[in-house]
Write a protein that binds this ligand. Sequence first.
Ligand SMILES: C=C(O[C@@H]1C=C(C(=O)O)C=C[C@H]1O)C(=O)O
Length: 413
Amino acid sequence: MTAPNPRATGLRARSRVVRTDEDLLRLLPSAEEALAWVMRGEGLVGWGEAARFEPSGADRFEQADRWWRDYAAGIDCADEVGLPGSGPVAFVSMAFADDPGSSVLVVPQVLVGRRDGITWVTEIGEPAEGPFHAVEPVRKPSTIRYSEGELSVTDYRDAVEQAVKRMRAGELDKVVLAHDLVASVEETVDPRFLLHGLSAKYPSCWVFSVDGLVGATPEMLMRRQDSRVYSRVLAGTMWPHAGVDADELAQELLASAKNQGEHTYAVESLAEALRPFCSSMSVSPRPHVLRLPNVMHLASDVAGELAGESSLLRLAGAVHPTAAVGGTPRAKAVATITELEGMDRGRYAGPVGWVDANGDGEVGIALRCAQVAGSTVRLFAGGGVVPDSDPDTEVAEAAAKMIPIRDALERAD
Ligand SMILES: C=C(O[C@@H]1C=C(C(=O)O)C=C[C@H]1O)C(=O)O
């Protein structure tokens, strides 16, 4: 809660169009405070810190919403751009759990956005010095050593086995369990190195970096633009294995009753939580296959028209955690995660993205990501467990989901 009261300080901001087609991620000047939300070259990057807020607890979304509304309302902004994401923006990364864990909102001093080929700069407070470019060379990690995280692979396997037993006894229908892996690097890790690697290999994912949480997520928890909301729900996964080509794998995934079941829980959880906020809502009649380099997922789109004024942060708070990262029933699943994982997920599997002064914005689910802290990179991944899940297969699935970060960290260029 370090933000000064903007009303008292008379904070000014300005958004103006600039002419550059430089890759947004290459504009980040240094490893510190590298903020990003980018897909296919468009999105937002930011640096500097005009304000920061760290809510925690069960009402963290409400706290975040109130703080951001108040802060944004106090800024006198000359917005010459008028696009979603112009004007003041807060980058957001929310903790998965009510407890423990702390969430973070960061308002950058300098923000560069690009949408439909139009690039703009927003400066909060003093006008930033241009031109904008990387002033500190991007650091490549040298020696990387992996070690078990808080939940080892064998303990993860045991947790899945326990969950399967409980589900077969009828205690719950689905739970999403995860584990972590630690990469120790010789020197301080530069989040920009990870961002560059992730965006090159995963162009259809949203590449993000907020307060050290860096990743490439394929899952859009919620996009709000005026009265329209959109969500892409993913659940049900397969990954390449020898002798099976991608088309066969996609067919196998669509035909898998287990994966379709996991998927249905996730879509229903999102739709049920979102419906009360909407005057109309449409859900894909059946999932399609989203193909990524490391895995493929069953995917459904949900679109809605909002009935009221609920901001993105309020909506995210209402739908989080969907059964894509929590389970069914939700409260039982979250309690089971706490008990069987026994680790702090931090901001992994929480909403991550950006929000503007109108309460519009985008939050994905923080997946295929790692928490960077100094010379340590903590990777997280997991998957949905249902009564007919096989523990060894779940271990392999989590490993496949760690590939994006591992590749981005280990690559040669
Ligand atoms: C939990 C993760 O992914 C989630 C779980 C999925 C599944 O169980 O099939 C698929 C996509 C995500 O919603 C992860 O990447 O760590």
